[in-house]
Design a protein. Structure first.
Length: 703
């Protein structure tokens, strides 16, 4: 026991200089994608890969203590760890085992007590005899009539508070000046006390990969229910992580909640997120696909590096395993694909012996160390070696495993390919857009407002980014000649292209059972694939996600001369509704209206209506018409049994489809009118228009 004033000294050596010496010592170069340094060295240090540069971020290789450091004095015994194992779960009871790890300074005796601060279950006590060192004890716990933890949109994310209390007395003498946690100081003090508090959720989460008629399934089953996963990939919230406060994390999860997301992938080139992040995921019902922090490179295989990896994995798995939000442990991001599909062996001129040595190091990390740690320390969850499991250039990537499909953007393919290339689970894909003008104004002067100005190019880290945005924009829209218009249209382009993917993936269930787009957020103000910019401001993409991820989706599609209307439901009960299909001229004239009753099945996708396009547009020209679909019915419980057409009927979902791309539509200048009313919680804005008006953007300036 250290008594009195203590000094902790930490010496930071340059991560670049140390890594360069390791780089120089190897007879070959290891791939380290996106490292913008003269020598790409990031793979030699266990440090956030994105600090070395990425195609959406700058290169700032920082050092420092960025999470709390504590020196804790204790005597007698202390709680080192508590692991909660869910043995069984049904409607009547949840049977739990708590593995409690107690560290003892010497021999002692005491009591372990497990209690519920809210009285959700009876307290359980057991006597313990402690020997010096680590002592493991098992405590059985029963929760009667358990309330399940559900993902966002399917039910309450119910959490139970659990406290584990250790009390006891040491059988060894206490030195003068000794002090135990929660006990009196001084010679002769014999009692000790420690407490460990945690929150748990009672649920089952399974990754189901089974052979089927297509290839092999890939979906998550939660509490026995197959769940379509809707969400995004997250990168760190700031390039300098200590600047992120609790408010920013809370705004992030509120934005995910509002967009009906139920899963987020913590990407392997960033950081293991803070405890607060996972607490908020638990509270909001957001499942977490957790990558280990390895991305886009190959790693050393020496014994010191491998030992470091093992300890890192042990620490993170133990830290996070009690969170109900954790759904999957994934070994790395895009490394298997990079090794097999990106030509690294040829690029770096590896000999057969070099390739074998590098690949053996890969297998040691991702096929032995990491799965062994997960199997031993968190056996209830699946481990997935690499995402994607198969590269997007291979046909098998659409029939089994998870897919990163980058034919759109990197491959230059048209957005309609999203409707054709339907994987089992889309875990990464995306398209770039500029951040909002208000964000751009924060780092530019008026003369900088050109996509290709030196200042703007500093904030565009993809070598072909602006070129690809222009190329895709020209396919759909007239060329904007004003910078502000270009920024606006880039966001509309991104949102509408990604909306095609969102809807196609949801229509394709149960073949496709997840869509996680790249990327949710930014680390700094930048042109990127994000839906939320660095300041948390919503780009048009996030609004599109909110609409396309809604629990009920009406999705109209033009197939040849036919209009197909699909309805997708996340609800776990059927819904009776009324489908309304209306043909409009772009001048605002109603051309036709069709109403049909529909019964929307639970948790599935179904084509509920097919008609000739000509009958819907009633003679209107393809360039001058729009088709609107609306589902009307009752929200909430009883919707499946109550009649429709009552005063309580609401719009459950609505959507539109056009017969031509926007640049070919004969749009007319609308007579837009609006009213603004101040209310207690904000403003209500009502807009009316005399004609069909696309992609209206609002700015609210408060004087």
């Amino acid at each position: 026991l250290v008594v009195g004033e203590n000094t902790l000294e930490i010496l930071f050596r340059s991560p670049i200089q140390v890594a360069e010496s390791l780089f120089d010592a190897l007879p070959y170069q290891l791939p380290a994608g996106n490292d913008r340094g003269e020598k790409p060295v990031r793979v030699f240090t266990r440090k956030a890969a994105y600090h070395y540069g990425w195609d959406w971020g700058p290169r700032f290789v920082t050092s420092g203590v960025w999470r709390p450091v504590m020196l804790r004095a204790w005597w007698g015994g202390r709680l080192e760890d508590v692991m909660v194992i869910q043995e069984s779960l049904d409607a009547e009871r949840a049977e739990l085992t708590l593995l409690v790890l107690v560290e003892a300074a010497g021999q002692g005796r005491g009591t372990l007590r497990v209690e519920s601060p809210a009285g959700d279950f009876p307290a359980v006590e057991m006597p313990v005899h402690l020997e010096q060192g680590m002592n493991q004890r098992r405590i059985s716990l029963t929760v009667r009539d358990p309330e399940l933890w559900w993902p966002n949109g399917l039910g309450e994310a119910r959490l139970y508070d659990v406290s584990v209390v250790l009390t006891g007395e040491s059988l060894d003498p206490v030195p003068d000046g000794g002090e135990s946690d929660g006990a009196r100081a001084g010679a002769g003090t014999r009692t000790f006390r420690d407490r460990h508090s945690l929150r748990i959720g009672l649920r089952t989460v399974e990754l189901i990969t089974e052979a089927d008629s297509i290839g092999e399934s890939f979906y998550f089953r939660v509490n026995g229910v197959p769940v379509f996963m809707k969400g995004a990939n997250i990168i760190p919230l700031d390039h300098f992580s200590p600047r992120v406060d609790e408010a920013r994390y809370r705004r992030l999860f509120q934005a995910m909640d509002e967009a009906h997301m139920n899963m987020v992938r913590v990407w392997g080139g960033g950081i293991y997120e803070t405890d607060l992040f996972y607490d908020l995921a638990d509270e909001h019902g957001i499942l977490v696909w957790q990558d280990f922090m390895f991305a886009n490179g190959m790693f050393p295989g020496d014994s010191a590096f491998l030992a470091n990896v093992r300890e890192e994995a042990r620490h993170q798995v133990r830290r996070l395993r009690n969170h109900p939000s954790i759904a999957l442990w994934c070994g790395n991001n895009e490394i298997d694909e990079g090794w097999h599909n990106w030509g690294w062996q040829r690029q770096f001129g590896y000999s057969a012996a070099d390739s074998a040595e590098i690949w053996n190091a890969y297998r040691e990390i991702f096929h032995r160390i990491l799965p062994e740690v997960v199997a031993r320390m968190d056996p209830a969850r699946r481990y997935w070696p690499s995402s994607p499991s198969i590269g997007w250039g291979h046909a098998e990537s659409l029939t089994r495993g998870d897919s990163h499909y980058w034919g759109i953007w990197h491959g230059g393919e048209p957005f309609r390919v999203f409707e054709e290339k339907l994987p089992r689970f889309m875990s990464e894909y995306g398209f770039q857009a500029f951040p909002p003008l208000r964000t751009i104004e924060g780092f530019t002067a008026p003369e900088d407002k050109d996509p290709d100005s030196p200042v703007m190019l500093v904030h565009q880290k993809h070598g072909r980014g602006n070129e690809l945005i222009r190329e895709y924009m020209a396919r759909w829209y007239p060329e904007p000649r004003i910078f502000d218009h270009f920024v606006y249209l880039s966001q509309v382009l991104q949102a509408e292209g990604m909306r095609m993917a969102f809807e196609a993936h949801r229509r394709a269930m149960p073949r496709t059972m997840g869509t996680l787009y790249w990327q949710l957020n930014d680390t700094w103000p930048v042109v990127s694939w994000s839906g939320l910019d660095y300041h948390g401001r919503w780009k048009a993409l996030h609004y599109a996600a909110r609409e396309a991820f809604a629990p009920l989706l009406a999705s109209p599609v033009i197939e040849g001369d036919s209009l197909e209307v699909w309805v997708v439901s996340d609800r776990l009960e059927a819904v009776d509704a009324r489908l309304e299909v209306t043909g409009w001229s772009l001048r605002g004239e109603e051309l036709s209206r069709i109403e049909v009753p529909v019964r929307i099945g639970a948790n599935g996708s179904e084509r509920v209506y097919v008609a000739d396009v000509a009958s819907v547009v009633a003679g209107g020209q393809p360039s001058g018409v729009a088709i609107e679909t609306r589902l009307l019915g009752r929200r909430g419980e009883g919707a499946e049994s109550e009649g429709t057409g009552t005063r309580s009927e609401e719009v459950l979902a609505e959507n539109q489809v056009y017969l031509r791309p926007p640049r070919e539509l004969e749009l007319v200048s609308p007579d837009l009118r609006w009213t603004v009313e101040l209310e207690d919680s904000g403003y209500t804005i009502e807009i009316t228009t005399s004609a069909v008006t696309l992609d209206v953007q609002l700015w609210l300036r408060i004087a």
